[in-house]
Structure formats: structure tokens, C-alpha cells
Design a protein around this ligand. Structure first.
Ligand code: OAD
Ligand code: ZN
Length: 250
């Protein structure tokens, strides 16, 4: 019998021993966090200057675009709960099948879901760093309140030592991604690379699927097309949570 769709996905999951997942913003949209390049993504909204928000040179000149955007998003992000997609990965990890999750997301939902082995290649919001003296501050209520209220009072989170502007430890365009070598090593160890909710458009993470080993399989779950679709063993252009519900693994 030739398996397709969800049946093939189940078969591939069952027959794999070293699964690595590569996740993007699409795994968190069902938690209410907007993605970047999906139909409702911030790159498709005219009132948001998305190219300026996450650019390090622009941030150093004027951090207000970034903090204004985060002012609207931070409450949603900090209050969000993991999606079925995240719970699915947690289950696969508990089953001993999923060995590593490579996340491009800064929302921390994979950690909230209880996933233990992950790499935040684009950083996260757990700490803030002074642009001037590099002093580090774990995220705290004072920083959160300043960001929440930024659109009203226009006050940036600042360093206690030197008054420098604080930047969250997230990777902006123009900065190197984190732990790329480890991510690459894990991709090369995988017998199944499972990409979930990523447009696979942002360098260098977009290169990772091309490094899977010769006998490994690539599975893409994303509701729009990616440049690797022709190269994958299985492509499901569907909502992640819908697929997870069909699989009944979450
Ligand atoms: P993108 O917004 O580029 O891609 C998310 C993909 O998920 C899109 O192709 C959507 O169509 C799809 N999608 C959204 N919701 C989905 C759902 N419920 N089920 C299935 N598919 C869904 O986000 P990333 O690939 O994560 O970097 O973007 C990569 C990087 O670009 C981000 O980490 C960020 C951004 O600029 C930095 O800020 C450095
Ligand atoms: Zn400082």
C-alpha cells in the first residue's frame, strides 16, 4: 500500500529514531502571535514598517519602531499558551523520538510547552543587554512595564549603570544567529527533519534543510509553499494544529 498525507506522516514518525524539528512563527499563530510572511503576517501589513523593526542598524539609530511594535505584542506574547503543535513536539520528545528542536521563534512557547532540547537560533526575551556597556539584565517587571507603556510614555528600558538603551537578546537582521554549528550538527544527525510553520526564507536558517544526510527524510508542514517542497518526502499544506489533531499526538 502506498501511504500519503497523515498516514504517511504517522508512518514516518513511527519509523524514525532521531527526529529534529525546525520551527518558525507559524507554530505560534494559533496562540494569537502573528507571523511575519503568512497571509496575516506583519510583512503584509502596510501600517507596520517590518523591515525597520528587526534591523540592528536601524535599532541603534532609533529603537522606537521596535519598542512601539513590542508595546502591542508583549502582553500577547507573555500571556500566550503553547499550541497543539508545541504539545505534539513535547510528546514526540517524551517518546524519545524528537532529539532537538531548532526554533526561530522568540516567544518561548516551546519552552513553556516543556520541550527540553531546543536551540533558540534567533534568541529570546529572557534577557536584555545594554547597547553601550553590554551589562545583562534578566527580563523583569520594570522592563516589561516600560515596554507595555512605551506607546504612551515613549520611555525606553535603560541600563542602570550607564543609561544605555537595552536590547532584548533576540537576533536582529545584521546580527549573527546563535548556535548555528550545533543546529547544523543536529540536522546532519537526523533521520527525519520536520519543519513546522516556517516560510524557510530567512538566511542562514533557511539553508539547514539542504544539509540533511543522504538517507534522511524531510517533512514540511506549512500552510503555504516553500522552496523545499519539491525536495521533501512529504509536504502538508495545512494548519499545524489541524494535522496534530488528526494524528492524535498532543
Ligand atoms: P514566517 O512568517 O516567514 O513563516 C511562517 C510560515 O508559517 C508562513 O509560511 C505561514 O504561511 C505559515 N503558517 C502560519 N500559521 C500557520 C499554521 N497555523 N499552520 C501552518 N502554517 C502556518 O516566519 P519564520 O519562517 O519563522 O527573524 O520567519 C523566520 C524569521 O523571519 C523570524 O524568526 C524572524 C523573521 O524576520 C528575525 O526577527 C531575525
Ligand atoms: Zn550600560
Amino acid at each position: 500500500m502506498i501511504l500519503t498525507g497523515i498516514d504517511l506522516l504517522m508512518n514516518l514518525l513511527m519509523n524514525s529514531k532521531y527526529i529534529v524539528s525546525l520551527i518558525g512563527a507559524g507554530i505560534s499563530t494559533n496562540a494569537g502571535i502573528p507571523d511575519f510572511r503568512g497571509p496575516k503576517g506583519i510583512y503584509n501589513q502596510k501600517n507596520i514598517a517590518a523591515d525597520k523593526i528587526f534591523n540592528i542598524n536601524y535599532f541603534k539609530q532609533d529603537p522606537s519602531q521596535f519598542y512601539s511594535h513590542m508595546s502591542e505584542l508583549i502582553t500577547i506574547m507573555l500571556n500566550a499558551t503553547p499550541t497543539k503543535g508545541h504539545l505534539f513536539l513535547k510528546k514526540l520528545e517524551d517518546l524519545g523520538k524528537l532529539k532537538m528542536t531548532i526554533s526561530q521563534n522568540i516567544d518561548g512557547l516551546h519552552k513553556k510547552a516543556g520541550i527540553k532540547n531546543y536551540i533558540d537560533v534567533h534568541g529570546n526575551f529572557e534577557k536584555f543587554i545594554c547597547l553601550n556597556c553590554n551589562k545583562e539584565y534578566p527580563i523583569n517587571d520594570e522592563i516589561i512595564d516600560l515596554i507595555k507603556n512605551f506607546n504612551n510614555n515613549k520611555i525606553f528600558p535603560k541600563c542602570k549603570e550607564c543609561e544605555g538603551i537595552l536590547k532584548p537578546d533576540v537576533v536582529f537582521f545584521g546580527e549573527p544567529v546563535k548556535m548555528l554549528e550545533l543546529a547544523l550538527t543536529e540536522v546532519q544527525k537526523a533521520d527525519l527533519l520536520l519543519t513546522l510553520g516556517t516560510s524557510l526564507q530567512v538566511y542562514p536558517v533557511d539553508q539547514l534543510p539542504s544539509y540533511i544526510s543522504e538517507n534522511a527524510k524531510l517533512v514540511i508542514i506549512n500552510n503555504t509553499e516553500t522552496k523545499y517542497d519539491d525536495y521533501a518526502k512529504l509536504v502538508l499544506h495545512d494548519d499545524i494544529d489541524y494535522i496534530v489533531e488528526k494524528l492524535k499526538i498532543y
